[in-house]
Write a protein that binds this ligand. Structure first.
Ligand SMILES: Nc1ncnc2c1ncn2[C@@H]1O[C@H](COP(=O)(O)OP(=O)(O)OP(=O)(O)O)[C@@H](O)[C@H]1O
Ligand SMILES: [Mg+2]
Length: 252
């Protein structure tokens, strides 16, 4: 069976997309699934989360999207069961070139066809814009997961993403499904956070809530996911819960 492709998207910046992609990748890998992470953001945050330096890899997401004949040259192995296609700032330049190509929405989907059989899951971290890169990710995906902060502007931002998902479903990927929302950086003491979490839970399928905890940033210097630092911290429990949901709902 080809890998299930799960995209982490939200056009708002700083909602926990890269953190969620990395921690879920580590969790699924620990649960014995072969996982490929794809960093589709020129900021290369997912690459950095994984403990890699973007400029160290000559073959990366840019090479893949330019039509590499040998996509496996773009893949770096980082842990047992876990590999990554890194990003680099040059992706921003390629993005402009992509907009002039025919079938430009389907470039990533076509590239993934050659490697999809080697993995159980491919997790794609999107940039914080509804750009041609995000459309490529949504067009290649089976599922979309939406990390959202528990503040009002993030909540309102989801509506915009849902419109883009709907257009993608109509135009180029009728099988795309929304898996749910991960509510991130929750602060129980703040009334606005509590109100927004209630609204998220009322209107969307909230798969987990991560509290705002400094432990997230501790592991960033050496590529350690939160769930590798301690299995019992609240964020690890939340991401493991989402991984179990994925195993239960995406493998059928
Ligand atoms: N649960 C959490 N508690 C505290 N800090 C967090 C938590 N989740 C993520 N962060 C931090 O918040 C910041 C934004 O997270 P992240 O980079 O994952 O968001 P993003 O949506 O990928 O951002 P961008 O839109 O820039 O790509 C990072 O510094 C990250 O370490
Ligand atoms: Mg990011």
């Amino acid at each position: 069976m080809p890998a299930k492709v799960i995209v982490f998207a939200n056009q708002k910046g700083g909602t926990g997309k890269s953190t969620s992609t990395y921690n879920l990748g580590v969790s699924l890998a620990q649960k014995n699934r072969k996982v490929l992470l794809i960093d589709l953001d020129p900021q290369a945050s997912l690459t950095i989360c994984a403990g890699l330096e973007p400029y160290n890899y000559e073959n990366n997401i840019v090479t893949l999207l330019q039509g590499s004949q040998n996509p496996s040259e773009c893949i770096q192995s980082i842990k047992p069961n876990l590999s990554i296609i890194t990003s680099i700032i040059d992706l921003a330049g390629l993005e402009i070139a992509l907009t002039a190509r025919t079938m430009r929405e389907l470039i990533l989907k076509k590239a993934l066809k050659q490697i999809q059989a080697d993995y159980a899951y491919i997790l794609i971290d999107c940039p914080p814009q509804l750009s041609i890169l995000t459309i490529n990710a949504l067009s290649a995906a089976d599922y979309v997961l939406i990390p959202s902060k528990t503040d009002y502007l993030s909540y309102r931002g989801i509506e915009l993403l849902l419109e883009t998902i709907s257009v993608t479903q109509q135009e180029c990927n009728e099988d795309l499904k929304i898996l749910g929302v991960i509510a991130t950086m929750y602060e129980q003491k703040i009334q606005d956070c509590r109100d927004v979490l209630s609204a998220l839970e009322k209107n969307y399928n909230v798969l987990a809530v991560t509290k705002k905890l400094s432990i997230v940033n501790k592991g960033l210097y050496d590529g350690k996911a939160v769930i590798e630092q301690s299995e019992n911290n609240q964020i690890a429990v939340a991401y493991n819960q989402v991984a179990d949901y994925i195993l239960k709902n995406c493998e059928v």
